[in-house]
Design a protein around this ligand. Structure first.
Ligand code: UDP
Length: 238
């Protein structure tokens, strides 16, 4: 079964919104559980999986700052939100029998491991799913940039961005029914056309290190398993 894997070691980036389900705020347990079961399938196929999860479902730094909070402080709160999401996904994965470790860029030693690159690689080699929490650990960054950074550090074959839509479109497909999905794009296309896939620093980091970025829908059951075999519907940026 291992033979059908196109990408053997992958980083899955999930935005906080991906955990909302039908809720306006926080975590929807059914959604978290469904995502965990999708990850289990890919894990059982023999892929090495690590993850970065956003925090926008709980706290967004820019929003806090726009309400009068100092940006750096608001960003730290955003990073703490990603730790909560990481623990929730860890819990769901372990309920499905998948071994996991959470590593935080902001050390929180009684809750999870600190981020140690070589240790994270070792966990993956042992078949554990590693969830990277607290983004890059620095304010003024995003979890997209954290995802690109960790994907590079882990030597991943691809950075997979699981979203609500099955790729990158010429316009927002929710508001523009005639929008067309790109099958593939170059990094420069994304930067030059200012396509809102991931922020520019994330795309630049992926480009400099030759890691393809694949945008796909985590809403479609089995899509994650398809994507690691380079099957199904997605947009590949390379
Ligand atoms: N954040 C940060 N540094 C990082 C990653 C995240 O300061 O390296 C903060 C930032 O305030 C951001 C929040 O954490 O708004 C949540 O992350 P993000 O908005 O990227 O989450 P997503 O949109 O993917 O849910």
């Amino acid at each position: 079964e291992n033979g059908s894997l196109k990408f053997r070691r992958v980083l899955l980036k999930l935005s906080g919104e991906g955990l909302l389900g039908k809720q306006q705020y926080g975590l929807d347990p059914d959604t978290v559980d469904r995502i965990a079961s999708e990850i289990k399938i890919v894990h059982d196929m023999g892929a090495e999986v690590c993850m970065v999860i956003g925090g926008g479902n709980i706290f967004r730094g820019v929003k806090g700052a726009s309400q009068g909070m100092e940006r750096a402080t608001a960003d730290y709160m955003g990073m703490l939100a990603t730790i909560m999401n990481a623990l929730a996904v860890q819990n769901a994965l372990e309920r499905h029998g998948v071994q996991t470790r959470v590593q935080s860029a902001i050390p929180m030693s009684s809750v999870c491991e600190p981020y140690i690159r070589r240790r994270a690689v070792r966990h993956m080699e042992k078949g554990r799913v590693v969830i990277f929490a607290a983004g890059t650990g620095n304010p003024f960054f995003t979890t997209d940039t954290a995802a690109a950074l960790r994907a590079v550090e882990m030597g991943c074959d691809a950075l997979l961005k699981g979203t609500q839509v099955d790729g990158v479109y010429t316009a927002d497909p929710k508001t523009h029914p005639d929008a067309v999905r790109y099958d593939s794009l170059t990094y420069m296309d994304v930067l030059a056309k200012d396509l809102r896939v991931m922020d520019a620093s994330a795309i630049s980091l992926a480009r400099e290190n030759d890691i393809p970025v694949i945008v796909f829908s985590l809403q479609n059951p089995g899509a994650f398993a398809d994507v690691v075999c380079a099957k199904g519907t997605f947009t590949i940026i390379s």
